[in-house]
Design a protein around this ligand. Structure first.
Ligand SMILES: Nc1ncnc2c1ncn2[C@@H]1O[C@H](COP(=O)(O)OP(=O)(O)OP(=O)(O)O)[C@@H](O)[C@H]1O
Length: 374
């Protein structure tokens, strides 16, 4: 079986514009079985030369015994010349190289200008139901006639394949990954590209890099909305991702407990820092809906998120109950809005989606400069 080292070796004697060995320009490798997905960081000012280098790299990688398909992509993440200065740094662990936002966005424009709104769903900590909310929000937007994609960027715990009942690896067409569809949503996940049993090789800045790739190298087609399920937390990685994604609006998911709310406040602060419009906070597991009697119990001191949102000057979008059906349908790969659109549980998300849609349409003027690249 081919290894990452084989790929680097194959690129060793190929050269990029400026005479740098292509092996040194590698900014990410994802090898799943016989499929290689490699990114090269290049100077956008020398696009033609880099395109030739990219094609040569693809040929060289395909020629490695044990590799059946290779996709090589170019990113404009590093400043010109940085590859040379970086030395043997193709893994970049712990090295922060937050690029100025503009060149990055320029690199991403070709695919992304067909996407009207990129919505990121974030949470201050894990396990608050961010992925469940993302999936049902995406379905709720689709129910209102929008063409919707979902990008599961949670590289540490991808959940979209489980939530949407998808297990096959995406096909490649014309050098782009084709997102499989479920309930009319185009779904792409880190989980499709990274074998569950493979230890993660992407860490730190590499995660942001991976997001850039997934945004760019996927044949999303024309979309009204792409819902991005972010990794939980508000560390450097999330900050970089937030910076690199042309966000039309951020949705923050929180549970009612105080601790989660403190984390949610951090998430709000993170988006404020990168000047991304915050659509609002959703309180998940807000109250308990009894599957037997239909009664409603306020297990936690419900309403904390509404209160917090008010204090932070961020809209409160609504609340979703802690509910057996929401969990069961999610865990069975049939999210409730897709599988049981007429249920009261689905109604909760349809309402949330309607609010999000209205907010996006009315904040369009503000979002536009983030998406249109000049
Ligand atoms: N409103 C809800 N009612 C009942 N169960 C829920 C609800 N929201 C989420 N869950 C369940 O809680 C668990 C965690 O949810 P989910 O995977 O969506 O959280 P997450 O914040 O994305 O987690 P992580 O950060 O670990 O990826 C899942 O089993 C999910 O089915």
């Amino acid at each position: 079986m081919a290894t990452e080292a084989d790929i680097l070796k194959a690129l060793e004697n190929l050269y990029a514009p400026g005479g740098v060995s292509l092996a040194r320009a590698v900014s990410g490798i994802n090898l799943t079985g016989a499929k290689a997905f490699v990114s090269l960081a290049g100077d956008p000012a020398k696009a033609e030369g880099w395109e030739m280098a990219r094609v040569n790299a693809e040929k060289a990688i395909k020629a490695i015994p044990g590799i059946e398909s290779a996709i090589v992509t170019l990113t404009a993440e590093r400043a010109p010349g940085a590859a040379k200065a970086g030395g043997h740094d193709h893994h970049h662990h712990g090295h922060s190289h937050a690029a100025p936002a503009q060149p990055q966005k320029r690199g991403m424009s070709a695919t992304l200008d067909k996407i009207r709104f990129i919505i990121v769903v974030a949470s201050g900590k894990g396990g608050v139901g961010k992925s469940t909310t993302s999936a049902n929000l995406a379905l709720g937007l689709a129910a209102q006639g929008w063409r919707v994609g979902l990008l599961d960027a949670d590289i540490y715990g991808p959940s979209a394949p489980r939530l949407f009942g998808l297990s096959e690896k995406p096909k490649v067409d014309n050098g782009k990954l084709v997102p499989p569809e479920s309930y009319g949503i185009k779904v792409m996940s880190m989980g499709f590209l990274v074998d569950e049993n493979t230890p993660m090789v992407w860490r730190g800045p590499m995660v942001a890099q991976a997001l850039t790739q997934l945004l760019n190298e996927v044949a999303w087609g024309e979309l009204d909305a792409l819902v991005v399920d972010m990794p939980p937390g508000t560390g450097d990685v999330q900050l970089t991702m937030a910076q690199q994604t042309p966000i039309a609006g951020a949705v923050i998911v929180s549970t009612p407990q105080d601790l989660a709310l403190i984390d949610a406040r951090r998430a709000v602060a993170m988006f404020q820092k990168v000047e991304a419009p915050i659509l609002g906070i959703i309180e998940n597991m807000s109250y308990f809906l009894c599957p037997h009697c239909g009664g409603r119990s306020e297990i936690f001191s419900h309403g904390g998120a509404r209160h917090d949102a008010e204090k932070l000057g961020v809209p409160f979008l609504g609340e979703a109950p802690l509910d057996m059906k929401i969990r069961e349908t999610s865990d069975a790969g049939r999210p409730v809005v897709g599988a049981e659109p007429d249920s009261p549980q689905a109604a909760v998300y349809l309402n949330l989606a309607a609010k999000v849609k209205t907010l996006l349409e009315t904040t369009k003027q503000r979002a536009a400069p983030n998406i249109v690249i000049g």
